[in-house]
Design a protein around this ligand. Structure first.
Ligand SMILES: C[S@@+](CC[C@H](N)C(=O)[O-])C[C@H]1O[C@@H](n2cnc3c(N)ncnc32)[C@H](O)[C@@H]1O
Length: 225
């Protein structure tokens, strides 16, 4: 949720100024959408990714209502973040990776997304890679994470199995998982959990656990060895 003390005008002005500064990074359609919906965060903490990244970048969100902070909190409760981590589907602004990198005392985080727009961030342990991860890559990491990486979820599960990685993935409704899919969001989520369980069993990653962040009907899944 947006900070209560911010007026609607303040939110609009800050988001407009951000878009002016990053004009080349958003299409006209995206800019129109963002401006039209820039108060969406008054009603929900789970707004669409391009908007929630800008909210976080501009520090417009209540700390506890920030979905990236909630994910980070669950991650830290279950894993040591001071290790080598890969994030799949960081988005245009790699909000989650930035937060993790700033809190790591050692270890690294590498974020992959072909949509990345801020390729130069000077956090030494953070590497941004502007491309998609493929199903069968060899990763030099101990853990893979994803925050609602949509169709990247299937790739993520394949990669954790192939590379025997610990993982934590926030699922979404899966609407980006392919135009020809005939699965409902609920069926898609169930199929991802099924695949993750199978991957964990085959790669010796232990049990697959489920938890939720506030405001999302879709689970976060992770392994426990
Ligand atoms: C809904 S967005 C979420 C972005 C970000 N995690 C967030 O929540 O702010 C899903 C992102 O996953 C990315 N993605 C999907 N498949 C991917 C893959 N195989 N490798 C890297 N990125 C992928 C898309 O490009 C998109 O930016």
């Amino acid at each position: 949720m947006l900070k209560a003390e911010l007026s609607d005008e303040e939110v609009f002005d800050k988001v407009s100024a951000f878009l002016m500064k990053h004009k080349q990074d958003y299409t006209g359609k995206e800019r129109d959408f963002i401006l039209k919906n820039c108060l969406w965060g008054r009603r929900s903490s789970l707004v669409t990714d391009i908007l929630r990244q800008i909210y976080d970048e501009l520090n417009l969100l209540e700390e506890k209502e920030n979905v990236y902070n909630q994910f980070l909190c669950i991650l830290k409760q279950n894993f040591d973040i001071n290790t080598d981590i890969v994030e799949i589907g960081g988005g245009k602004i790699p909000t989650l990776s930035k937060k993790i990198a700033q809190r790591q005392t050692h270890g690294t985080i590498v974020t992959y997304d072909n949509k990345l727009i801020i390729p130069k961030i000077s956090i030494p342990n953070l590497t941004l890679v502007k491309r998609r991860l493929l199903l069968n890559e060899q990763l030099k990491a101990k853990m893979l994470i994803g925050f609602m990486p949509c169709e990247g979820t299937e790739t993520a599960i394949s990669l954790v199995k192939r590379n025997r990685l610990d993982f934590m993935i926030a699922l979404c409704d899966g609407t980006g998982h392919g135009e020809d899919s005939f699965l409902s969001p609920e069926e898609w989520v169930s199929s991802m959990i099924y695949d993750a369980k199978q991957a964990a069993r085959e790669a010796g990653l232990g049990e697959v656990k489920k938890t939720y962040i506030k405001g999302s009907p879709y689970p976060i899944i992770y392994n426990r060895r």
